[in-house]
Design a protein. Structure first.
Lengths: 287, 266
């Protein structure tokens, strides 16, 4: 209960600000409408009106929630208007991209830690890859792969993996190098080769670092999948909902899709956190 | 020249061993002209101020450092070959137990790497844990044990395979004096029971005199041996032997040796 109070206070402040913003940003349209009709409107009428416009500049929280509810539970989940359907399409690409990105990230980290040439050469490229805006890369990936006959899930997942491998590389390099000189010397006194040092020391020592990276990379995977849905003029996925919403000025639809994406990201991070707790407790590393 | 009978019991033989580290500020002479012979079953303490090379010598025996001059042999082999032959167990200043392994899992670590069978591993873990008085603690994780118990577990880990040399680098340096006294007493019993040749690095004069059959006094810049004292104390040593005349005499000679090594700096 005590932990809940600050959370609710912050939430209440955000909602209040949001309502204030909705009134402020949507009132212009109300005044314009009234001026066009040649009538005078009072402030209370304007405020009431800003709460339920069809295409508000900033939809009020209750409109977004209603849109979200309608999208999630208002129709069959196979419907083209269902956020469950679109969410699943995006989640599929996100999960595949997350798996590819994490696998690639771990492989690169292992290479960087064990091979001097990779240590000197890979990291600058990995960093450079992240400085290029994903919005510039995404259309090229889609177009190139489409010309090779690859469409659908994979191109989106590759864009998703492009964003998610990086935190894993950085975290795992740090994690695999976390054993101190004494722990490494101990292995040397046993005459242990690189293989046992990796399996019995470096890898277990890197686990806390891996989970921290996975939380970042899961969220990045989702962003990548959504961005991957934009340039193809996709018909399905949360990205497609965002895109069609902006084409037709359906701001409520945009905000509902954004909220759904945020909930999805939160669910992914919470799920990884749960796996982390179970794993580290089983390894004896959580107290 | 040595006769053949003596060489059969010689475990460690250092002749003119020198070790120089090249650093940014020029060469550092960690060891210079070290001559030392250690026989099977001895308990040898190395004592001296920081920088005297006592830890470096231990690491050279373990082939963690390599001498730049002279010859060093362990069990009649080069230190590298001796390591491959599993000649020694090493106990570091900190217990260094892996937090993700139980105590039993930690003791098992060298056995897994050296390829012992599972049944053999379990049997050995049980045996060495009881040797260091940790029966029943195998399933605990390191953080559930006190510092002294963790260091005992790390000694068990060094004893788990059949190395006949035990190298200990200030193993009790981080522990309080009461725990330290008890562990010293237990270490002596352990040494008596296992008969392992033990090389023990320490800062503490009473610890060195209480434990050792031979005390090597060292001094820094360059790291060298200034005195080697053969202890006349009996092998059976209760804690109160530290009040005896013989004990105090040896401690006095160690202190004189340490002072002599320092005098040229003042």
């Amino acid at each position: 209960m005590r932990a809940l109070l600050p959370v609710l206070t912050v939430l209440a402040a955000i909602v209040a600000l949001w309502y204030a913003g909705a009134v402020w940003m949507n009132s212009q349209w109300s005044y314009d409408q009234a001026a066009r009709a040649g009538v005078e409107v009072s402030l209370t009428e304007v405020v009431a009106e800003t709460m339920h416009q069809d295409r508000p500049v900033l939809p009020a929280p209750h409109q977004v929630l209603a849109g979200l509810w309608e999208g999630l539970f208002g129709q069959k989940i196979t419907s083209k208007r269902s956020l469950v359907y679109h969410g699943w399409v995006t989640l599929e690409a996100t999960l595949l991209g997350f798996v590819i990105g994490t696998g690639l990230g771990i492989l690169l980290a292992v290479g960087i830690v064990h091979n001097r040439a990779m240590d000197l050469s890979v990291m600058p490229w990995a960093i450079a890859s992240q400085t290029i805006p994903i919005l510039a890369i995404a259309p090229m990936v889609i177009v190139v792969l489409a010309s090779l006959g690859v469409t659908g899930l994979l191109p989106k997942s590759i864009i998703s993996a492009y964003l998610s491998f990086f935190p894993v590389v950085v975290g795992m390099v740090k994690g695999l190098r976390s054993p101190d000189a004494m722990q490494l010397d101990l292995m040397r006194t046993y005459g242990a080769g690189a293989w046992p040092v990796f399996w019995k020391l470096r890898l277990p020592a890197s686990m806390p670092f891996l989970f921290a990276s996975l939380k970042v990379s899961a969220a990045a995977s989702l962003v990548g999948a959504i961005v991957g849905e934009l340039p193809a003029g996709a018909v399905a996925g949360l990205g497609a909902r965002l895109l069609s919403g902006s084409y037709y000025g359906q701001t409520v639809q945009i905000w509902a899709a954004l909220l759904a994406a945020a909930m999805l990201a939160a669910a992914l991070v919470i799920a990884i956190g749960a796996i982390e707790r179970v794993t580290l407790r089983r390894m004896g590393m959580a107290r | 020249m040595k006769d053949t009978a003596a060489s059969a019991t010689t475990v460690i033989d250092a002749r003119g061993v020198g070790l120089t580290f090249e650093t940014g500020d020029g060469p550092v002479h960690a060891l210079k002209g070290v001559d030392l012979t250690i026989s099977r079953g001895e308990f040898v303490s190395f004592i001296g101020p920081s920088g005297c090379g006592k830890t470096t010598f231990l690491r050279a025996v373990a082939a963690l450092e390599h001498p730049t001059e002279g010859t060093l042999s362990v069990n009649g082999m080069s230190p590298d070959a001796a390591r491959q032959a599993r000649a020694y167990g090493y106990v570091f200043q900190a217990a260094g137990l892996y937090p993700w392994r139980t105590i039993a899992g930690n003791v098992k670590l060298p056995l897994e790497i050296m390829g012992y069978s599972h049944a053999e591993q379990d049997a050995r873990v049980e045996k060495v844990l009881s040797l260091v008085d940790l029966d029943g603690f195998g399933k605990k994780f390191p953080w559930q044990l006190s510092g002294g118990m963790q260091q005992r577990a790390s000694i068990a880990r060094a004893l788990a395979f059949d190395a006949d040399i035990l190298l200990m680098d200030e193993p009790f340096g981080a522990l309080d004096e009461i725990v330290r006294d008890r562990l010293n007493e237990e270490l002596l019993k352990l040494w008596a029971r296992t008969g392992k040749t033990t090389l023990f690095v320490t800062h503490s004069i009473p610890e060195a005199v209480y434990l050792s059959t031979k005390i090597v006094v060292m001094s820094p810049r360059p790291g060298r041996i200034t005195d080697v004292i053969e202890s006349a104390l009996p092998r059976e040593r209760p804690l109160d032997i530290r009040d005896s005349k013989a004990f105090i005499d040896i401690a006095h000679r160690v202190r004189e040796g340490l002072r002599a090594g320092h005098s040229h700096e003042e």
